[in-house]
Design a protein around this ligand. Structure first.
Ligand SMILES: CC(C)(COP(=O)(O)OP(=O)(O)OC[C@H]1O[C@@H](n2cnc3c(N)ncnc32)[C@H](O)[C@@H]1OP(=O)(O)O)[C@@H](O)C(=O)NCCC(=O)NCCS
Length: 425
């Protein structure tokens, strides 16, 4: 008997609620449009629409993309080829969105797609003495017309063609179309479906999250990235620079990637965001669950000492946290001791997806400032793994004998943590 995964369904509830009524602009690469997996993608899109997401889909023709960075002449012949291709792809998408047979995932659904002259173009003109003819650039987007369609529960289909006030058609880069539309209408997300593998770090783990600056740093640091994935990262950076707040890079090789990314905490791709992290703030009793989820894996690996929920609850006023998207992504505590004008900095942790972004540094500085504001003379840490990290932050090796007596009494000799100390300047 097939099992219904009720826990997964329940855990999706907050995401269903959060995405309802939001506009998502999604690009579909041509390889996907011509693959056998297209109907599965359309079923997922149909489900998203049914769950209240307003969809703008920008589909790629796959024509002229090899010359994306170069200037390309689009003559009359190429323009006609483009128009034919767009007609073909549009009718293919329209027919798939009309599926409603019983015993299929779209049974009973009534979805309407619309396309039209929503994107205005201007000619690119003459470049290096060459007239690019029907090669164009996005001039403006009729945002109100798109919003009207979305508010009528229609799915908007856009292609790489734009229209000029002179009544002509121009070829547009579909990624420019998607970015301009996402930046012009109040859209929540721009999602690039990639005909590329998921973006991995040097340890072959998925990069789940990148800020704009870390995406830029990745491009200049990782010379081994394939030209295609570099291009997608460049699209994401360009979109963030154009005021799109959240860009997702999702591989079409992952089945159901869209649903996983949008309706699970773990996701399936990489989120590139122009948003800054929330500020450091004092933790409250509501953060205890989030702190425990963050530090539990580190306790299991014996990187951090075990703490009970009760202990954290009792000391919660000593904790500070950084929250992102409703999750605690970093925490740290300053425990002042009654003797020696000294405090312990403890339980400093940054979620692995958000490390190397300077959050650890920011939290440590914040906890130290709190200590100096309390007129304490010094702070210490007990650490087994981050010795060098603390050394690089001005801590020097100390000994158990230099700790306050109360701390010496509870020191765990089996754990054998190193003591590192920093004095107020
Ligand atoms: C230590 C920790 C808090 C740093 O957080 P972070 O947000 O990644 O820190 P920053 O971004 O400010 O600094 C990142 C730099 O520190 C380095 N770093 C991280 N952990 C390190 C360690 N254990 N030893 C030496 N350097 C380390 C990183 O390699 C990076 O340097 P690089 O960019 O030159 O490679 C984080 O790695 C963590 O949560 N570790 C597990 C918990 C822990 O050990 N806590 C300390 C005991 S209380």
């Amino acid at each position: 008997m097939e099992t219904f995964d009720i826990e997964t369904f329940r855990s999706a509830a907050p995401y269903i609620y959060a995405h309802q009524g939001n506009v998502f602009v999604i690009t579909i690469p041509n390889t996907m449009l011509e693959s056998e997996h297209l109907s599965a993608l359309v079923q997922d899109l149909a489900l998203m629409q049914t769950l209240g997401i307003k969809l703008v889909l920008v589909y790629a023709t796959g024509l002229f993309t090899k010359n994306r960075k170069k200037t390309l002449v689009i003559d009359n012949k190429k323009l006609i080829k483009l128009q034919h291709k767009i007609g073909e792809l549009q009718s293919c998408l329209e027919s798939l969105f009309s599926t409603g047979l019983i015993n299929t995932p779209m049974a009973g659904m009534k979805l309407t797609t619309v396309s039209g002259n929503f994107v205005y173009a201007k000619p690119t003109g003459v470049v290096n003495g060459i007239d690019l003819q029907f090669h164009g650039e996005v001039r403006r987007v009729d945002t109100q017309a798109i919003l009207n369609q979305l508010n009528n529960d229609n799915i908007v289909l856009l292609s790489s063609i734009g229209y000029s006030s002179s009544g002509e058609c121009f070829y547009l880069d579909e990624y420019d179309v998607a970015t301009t539309v996402a930046a012009s209408i109040p859209s929540e997300k721009l999602i690039f479906l990639m005909d590329e593998k998921t973006l991995l770090n040097s340890r072959k783990q998925r990069i789940k999250f990148l800020t704009l600056s870390s995406a830029q740093a990745l491009l200049s640091r990782r010379k081994t990235l394939s030209p295609s994935i570099r291009q997608y990262i460049e699209f994401a950076i360009n979109a963030c620079l154009n005021r799109v707040q959240r860009v997702h890079l999702l591989s079409t090789s992952v089945p159901g990637a869209l649903l996983q990314e949008l309706y699970s905490h773990d996701g399936a791709g990489t989120l590139v965001t122009a948003e800054q992290y929330d500020d450091i703030r004092p933790a409250t009793i509501e953060d205890v669950g989030g702190i425990i989820s963050l530090i539990n894996p580190l306790e299991d690996q014996q990187v951090l000492v075990q703490r009970t929920r009760e202990q954290i609850e009792l000391e919660i006023h000593n904790y500070d946290v950084i929250e992102h998207d409703g999750f605690v992504i970093a925490c740290g505590a300053l425990h002042p001791l009654n003797e020696k004008n000294i405090a312990e900095i403890a339980c400093l942790a940054v979620h692995p997806d958000y490390q190397k972004e300077g959050l650890g540094n920011r939290l440590l500085n914040h906890l130290e400032k709190k200590a100096w504001a309390l007129n304490l003379n010094s702070v210490f840490v007990l650490t087994t793994k981050a010795l060098h990290w603390f050394r690089e932050h001005g801590y020097h090796k100390s000994s158990i004998q230099e700790l306050p007596v109360s701390k010496q009494k509870t020191y765990n000799y089996q754990r054998n943590s190193r003591v590192y100390l920093k004095h107020c300047k």
